[in-house]
Write a protein that binds this ligand. Structure first.
Ligand code: THU
Length: 136
C-alpha cells in the first residue's frame, strides 16, 4: 500500500478506547487502533486481570476485533499511551502484529497530544518469523 494512512482517524479511534481501558493494577491505560484491509478501523484497549499475566494488551484486543469483524490484514496501526516515554508494542504484540502485517506496515506511537514517533514493523521486529516460514 503506497497511500498514506489516515493516522488522524486512528488517533481519534484510539482515544475513546484508551479511556475505557481496564487497567486497575498498572493504572496505565493504552488504546490501539488499526486500519485493516477491508477499509475498516478496529480498536482495542488493555484489559488487565487480578492474575497479572492473564492481562491482555490493547494491540491484541484490536487484532481480535479485526478478525471478528472480517478484516484479515493490518495496513497501519497506532498505539496511544500516556507518560513521557514512547509506548511501543511489547515483544509479544510485535509478533501478534507480524501475523497480519507486512514488514513495511507503518506503526505510529502516540501520546495524549498526538503522534510522537513512527516505525515500520520491520524496525520493531527485524528478521522476524512469520506465516511465510511455514509455507514450504
Ligand atoms: N500495554 C499495552 O496494552 N500495550 C502496549 O503497547 C504496552 C503495554 C499494557 C499492558 C499492561 O496492561 C499495561 O500496559 C502496563 O504494562
Amino acid at each position: 500500500m503506497t497511500d498514506e494512512p489516515d493516522f488522524d482517524a486512528l488517533f481519534a479511534a484510539a482515544q475513546p478506547v484508551q479511556a475505557r481501558a481496564y487497567a486497575p493494577y498498572s493504572r496505565f491505560k493504552v488504546g490501539a487502533a488499526l486500519l485493516a484491509d477491508d477499509g475498516a478501523v478496529y480498536s482495542g484497549c488493555n484489559v488487565e486481570n487480578a492474575s497479572y499475566p492473564v492481562g491482555v494488551c490493547a494491540e491484541a484486543g484490536a487484532i481480535s476485533a479485526m478478525i471478528a469483524g472480517g478484516g484479515r490484514a493490518i495496513r497501519a496501526l497506532l498505539v496511544l499511551g500516556d507518560g513521557d516515554t514512547l509506548v511501543t508494542p511489547c515483544g509479544a504484540c510485535r509478533q501478534r502484529i507480524r501475523e497480519f502485517a507486512a514488514p513495511e506496515t507503518p506503526i505510529a506511537i502516540a501520546g495524549p497530544n498526538g503522534i510522537r514517533a513512527r516505525f515500520s514493523l520491520a524496525e520493531l521486529l527485524p528478521a522476524s518469523f512469520g506465516p511465510d516460514n511455514l509455507r514450504q
